[in-house]
Ligand binder design. Structure first.
Ligand SMILES: [Ca+2]
Length: 364
């Protein structure tokens, strides 16, 4: 769901025939392979040239700043309104398209989450829990996902909203979705083949995977903006194009976003909606009961972020959060017994989570 899904590709990588071995054992096959490679390169060059001719022809048209291929895909594959697409990609706020260089077999750096279990992180999460315990308890009951797991995810994603990113989501997703723009795969191949054992087909396949993965989220950005009554270029999020406290990509925002605070709008920048939406997402991805096996837990979180170190860190943090959460539960119970609960329970909490779908959106 996030840009970190890159790592999924490692598993799907095709078996590579080592060119050196083929050359030594089978000169005929080698020549054939070379011919095939030359044909493929020639074909890619032809596509790139055609794209360039189209982009530089004298016909009067909107200046799409190099995004012609992507605009075409959004209009003809995703069914977006041509006028809106053209106006956004020609907008001065939208940077010109530049070549996108990508890894064919990306690997995650060695455990980027290793520093996320420090005391300060736990304290921040506990402090967020204390302010929003009601949403956590209700969401946990509704989706049968432990409060500690939802809290750990929000802490790891954005330190419970301390930083939600200020990048233009549309531009960041457009970059990723533009990988298969004619000419871009070839540029990547020519750069990589100097020092990597990689075939053009692998590069083309990877570029297509990036387009197929991120084009739907790019299209969802337009739809999300429409619902929020914002200009598509004004939606802000991470450099990976994810939004709000739980860092959902736009497609997931539309599909799994929930109105948790009961105000009949879905706003993932508010704690109540963010907490419910994480519960809803995990529930929809296999977290079927409060007590499930470790493998089942890992599987559900994997859909959130396809990274083993991420999953391990979420579960370790959740474990560390259990005791403080129990302590706060005990405090709340005392508050309720002493009838001071009204001081910490806003009246608007009466019907949280009643809407399981997206009724409407608001502007930030
Ligand atoms: Ca709401």
């Amino acid at each position: 769901m996030k840009v970190r899904v890159f790592f999924l590709l490692i598993a799907a990588a095709a078996v590579i025939t080592h060119p050196g071995l083929v050359r030594a054992n089978s000169p005929k096959h080698d020549a054939k392979q070379e011919d095939g490679m030359t044909d493929a390169i020639a074909k890619e060059r032809k596509r790139a040239a055609a794209n360039w001719r189209s982009a530089t022809s004298n016909e009067p048209k909107t200046n799409l700043q190099g995004w012609e291929h992507l605009a075409h895909r959004l209009i003809h594959k995703e069914g977006l309104d041509p006028q809106i697409v053209e106006s956004v990609f020609s907008d001065k706020r939208m940077p010109e398209r530049e070549s996108l260089f990508f890894s064919v077999q990306p690997r995650e750096p060695h455990n980027p989450y290793r520093r996320r279990l420090r005391r300060s992180e736990i304290n921040n999460a506990v402090s967020f829990y204390r302010k929003n315990w009601f949403y956590f308890r209700q969401a946990s009951l509704q989706y049968q996902v432990p409060e500690s797991v939802i809290l750990a995810i929000l802490q790891i994603e954005t330190r419970c909203g301390s930083y939600v990113g200020n990048s233009r989501v549309l531009y960041r997703l457009a970059r990723l979705a533009s990988a298969a723009t004619p000419g871009n795969p070839l540029e990547n191949f020519e750069k990589k083949r100097r020092d990597e054992q990689i075939t053009l087909q692998q590069v083309v396949d990877r570029a297509q995977w990036l387009e197929d993965t991120f084009l739907p989220h790019l299209a969802a950005t337009f739809r999300l903006a429409e619902h929020k009554q914002q200009h598509p270029l004004e939606l802000r999020g991470s450099t990976a194009g994810a939004l709000g406290l739980p860092q959902f990509l736009p497609g997931n925002y539309l599909t799994f976003g929930v109105d948790g605070n009961g105000d009949a709008i879905v706003d993932l920048f508010t704690p109540g909606d963010a907490i419910y939406s994480v519960g809803n997402f995990l529930r929809a991805h296999g977290w079927s009961a409060m007590q499930i096996s470790n493998d089942e837990q890992r599987e559900a979180i994997w859909h959130y972020n396809r990274s083993e170190p991420y999953i391990t860190t979420v579960l370790k943090m959740a474990q560390q959060l259990n005791a403080p959460i129990q302590k706060i539960h005990a405090e709340i119970k005392e508050e309720i017994l002493s009838e001071r609960v009204r001081e910490i329970t806003p009246a608007s909490f009466s019907i949280p989570g009643r809407a399981a779908t997206v009724p409407r959106f608001i502007r930030h």
